[in-house]
Design a protein around this ligand. Structure first.
Ligand SMILES: Nc1ncnc2c1ncn2[C@@H]1O[C@H](COP(=O)(O)OP(=O)(O)OP(=O)(O)O)[C@@H](O)[C@H]1O
Ligand SMILES: [Mg+2]
Length: 320
């Protein structure tokens, strides 16, 4: 469905050029749920803008459904529904009018606009609000309406650029329930960016982009397993000493230890016949509390992007 090859984007800025996307290649299969994760400024939105022909790649190619995006922007846009990072509804219109406007723009005939519009409002839980002004909608309802609108022309690919940004946990869950429902009813490829990593947990595949480069790719399960089988979290009065000790004893942990105030967490060093309890017993410092858990996508994300997240590491080998 999506095929990006050696894709790059360089923005011309007053103080020299800025490479926002740096020679990335990836592909997303038909029907796949693909998450594109990365810290602020990593290049996610820029990549999406190239996918939907709003920006021209500086180098490389991108095809959607085997169509070259640069050569056939209109055909490509017909195949894509996009929910932009910044809200783009008209507040002064009703939900239905927003759909109508979009439907006409895409040249959808009146009968399809009516049947599909009603169907999507139903699936997205907005049927009873269709004649209300969007101004009166909550953030979550607006997002759901944007999704309905993005799907009106029956695209095969839905692109969601931070669809739940700024929503409370309840609205976020509701938006996701609706996205999953739509996927089940309509069946389509989903390309997602989000900073709420648990939202990416159910995706088929994840790519992590950092500083314009793809730094990791795989199924959520694989990425977690590659990081470690277990994460250890310690609470201690002497976090600096614990970190120094860990780095001296297990050099492999360099760059993998996170310290937040008195909490130190890290993956169990790989390749050592060592249990968390052995490691704890060997620690020559008092530990107030310790817990072991499986890695999650947050751990994976921080592992691949952590040092860049705040610009630099605060201590050698330690992530802030
Ligand atoms: N129009 C532009 N002109 C110049 N530089 C830009 C422009 N748009 C984005 N950039 C720069 O390109 C880089 C990537 O930005 P992009 O918006 O793609 O990041 P992102 O991964 O979507 O971040 P976020 O998570 O904050 O949305 C950043 O350094 C940004 O400052
Ligand atoms: Mg963005």
């Amino acid at each position: 469905m999506i095929e990006a090859r050696h894709l790059s984007k360089v923005y011309k800025a007053r103080k020299g050029d800025r490479t926002a996307v740096d020679d990335i290649s990836f592909s997303v299969g038909e029907g796949e749920f693909f998450s594109f994760l990365g810290p602020n400024g990593a290049g996610k939105t820029t990549t999406i803008q190239m996918m939907v022909a709003l920006l021209k790649p500086t180098k490389g190619t991108i095809t959607i459904d085997s169509l070259d995006v640069v050569a056939s922007p209109h055909e490509v846009r017909q195949r894509i529904g996009i929910i932009f990072q910044d809200p783009s509804l008209d507040d002064r219109l009703t939900a239905w009018e927003n759909l109508e406007f979009h439907g006409r723009l895409y040249g959808i005939d009146a009968e399809s606009r009516r049947t599909r519009g009603n169907f999507l409002l139903e699936v997205l839980g907005l049927a009873d609000r269709k004649d209300d002004l969007v101004r009166t909608f909550s953030g979550g309802m607006k997002r759901r309406l944007e999704i309905a609108r993005g799907l009106l022309h029956a695209p095969r690919l839905l692109i969601l650029d931070e669809p739940t940004l700024g929503l409370d946990p309840h609205s976020r869950r509701s938006v996701w329930e609706h996205i999953h429902r739509v996927r089940k009813e309509v069946g389509m490829t989903v390309f997602l960016t989000t900073h709420y990593l648990e939202e990416a947990d159910s995706s088929d595949r994840v790519a992590i982009i950092n500083g314009g480069k793809i730094v990791a790719e795989g199924t959520p399960d694989r990425l977690k397993k590659d990081l470690s089988s277990e994460m250890l979290t310690l609470e201690t009065n002497t976090p600096e000493k614990v970190v120094t000790y860990l780095l001296e004893s297990y050099p492999k942990l360099s760059g993998m230890i996170r310290k937040e105030e008195e909490i130190v967490s890290f993956p169990m060093p790989s390749g050592e016949a060592l249990s968390p309890w052995d490691l704890l017993r060997a620690l020559p410092f008092p530990i107030r509390e310790a817990s072991v858990r499986r890695p999650n996508l947050d751990d994976v994300f921080i592992h691949y992007t952590g040092s860049e997240l705040k610009g630099q590491t605060s201590e050698k080998g330690v992530r802030p």
